[in-house]
Design a protein around this ligand. Structure first.
Ligand code: PMP
Ligand code: GLN
Length: 386
């Protein structure tokens, strides 16, 4: 076996940095998870369902309750009218993405991806036989133009992947950008894979406008969501796709061979959660906003340059702007090994020509965790600049 390549897939940066965080007993501001327990009513519903409900294989497409609850939720929050038959429940957004790529891409199909990009997109597009075509976006607004889109489209282009709100840039693409992308998809008859897992973690306009709602998009969008983000229960891995019947059928064929179905008590509990009023979600969002502001203020007081965060659990610091002349991956390693704080180098979110000047920090943490993180980052900065 020695000369055989056992995996063509990379190790994710989240596994690398959380592993180093454990090894060095570091404050973990890297991988995106809150250090709180998630919405209580939803956890109670899961416990009840595990004790008194069905624990055998639910339907492959997902439980009827959850699929109906998702339609109700998106109608209330985003004004969408979706048939429960167009919903597929998956093992987190990660499986939703994988099933979408495996179900919709044929070998040689081209897929437009915006850089920086979530780390699973490019490896899984390639595993599905697709050929990525990158559009690189630049701070502070990460805007794209018609010219940038037209430069990468070819007769073989089949999909565009659009992550909004955006991880790791922590921006929300505005209505003008969404409308531009929608027109582009219609003009070239493309499918838009919309990774909208952060739709409920935004701090501006509280109601997120999905690409699905733009003219001509309902028939060509795969809208992907995650209960992990909506209810701060990242470990549960309940996700879904919403898409027109031919798309849903193709994605479901891949899902049957990936996981087939998802833990029934968790599906039952998320269905309950989606039917609750919005108060716990608003409260949670306000908590994240306070944490974002606390981490930003702490970092700024220590001389770091922080980019504003419009949503997600993340903010980015600019290293040269903070007086640090090291590449992001080197500084991230120094910070975890010598100062005891884990972060994510943003270069990990590029497939080609990485930009190496930013670090992503997760602020969905308790005050004391954030304060210790700031202290340790200040220590890392001192080591790097002395
Ligand atoms: N897409 C994006 C943009 C994400 O940020 C994440 C997780 N943070 C995922 C997909 C994966 O979501 P899940 O944990 O539900 O698989
Ligand atoms: N999506 C999370 C993040 O961006 C991590 C998910 C994972 O660990 N795969 O930090």
């Amino acid at each position: 076996m020695t000369n055989k390549l056992l995996s063509a897939l990379p190790t994710t940066i989240f596994e690398v940095m959380s592993g180093l965080a454990r090894q060095h007993d570091a404050v973990n501001l890297g991988q995106g998870f809150p250090d709180s327990e998630g919405v209580l009513a939803v956890r109670q519903a899961a416990a009840q369902a595990a004790l008194h409900g069905n624990n055998q294989y639910p339907p492959m497409m997902g439980s009827t309750d959850l699929r109906e609850a998702l339609c109700g939720f998106y109608h209330r929050r985003q004004g969408l009218t979706i048939d429960p038959a167009d919903v597929l429940v998956t093992c987190g957004a990660t499986e939703a993405l994988a099933a979408t790529f495996l179900g919709l891409i044929s070998p040689g199909d081209e897929v437009i991806l915006f850089q920086p990009l979530y780390d699973s997109y490019a490896p899984m597009v390639r595993r599905a036989g697709g050929v990525p075509r990158f559009v690189t976006l630049s701070p502070p607004e990460y805007r794209f133009t018609d010219e940038m889109l037209e430069a990468v489209v070819t007769p073989r282009t089949k999909l565009v992947v659009f992550n909004n709100p955006h991880n790791p840039c922590a921006i929300v693409h505005d209505a003008a950008q969404s409308a531009r992308l929608a027109r582009f998809c219609v003009r070239h008859d493309l499918i838009a894979v919309c990774d909208e897992v952060w739709e409920e973690v935004v701090f501006g306009d509280p109601l997120f406008q999905p690409l699905y709602s733009y003219d001509g998009m309902a028939e060509r969008c795969v809208k992907i969501g995650s209960a992990g983000k909506i209810f701060a229960l990242t470990g549960w891995k309940i996700g879904w796709t919403l898409a027109a019947p031919p798309l849903t059928r193709a994605i479901a064929r891949a899902h049957q061979f990936l996981t087939f179905t998802i833990a029934p008590p968790l599906q039952a509990a998320i269905a309950v959660g989606l039917g609750l009023d919005d108060a716990p979600l608003i409260e949670m969002r306000e908590g994240f906003r306070r944490s974002r502001d606390r981490l930003t203020a702490g970092l700024v007081a220590e001389g770091f340059q922080v980019a504003p965060s419009q949503g997600t659990y993340f903010l980015n610091i600019d290293l040269p702007g903070s007086g640090i002349e090291m590449a992001d991956a080197d500084f991230a390693r120094l910070a975890v090994e010598q100062a005891g704080v884990a972060t994510i180098p943003v270069s990990a979110f590029y497939d080609e020509a990485p930009v190496t000047r930013s670090l992503r920090l997760c602020y969905a943490k308790r005050d004391e965790t954030l304060d210790r993180g700031v202290e340790r980052l200040a220590k890392a900065r001192k080591i790097a600049t002395d």
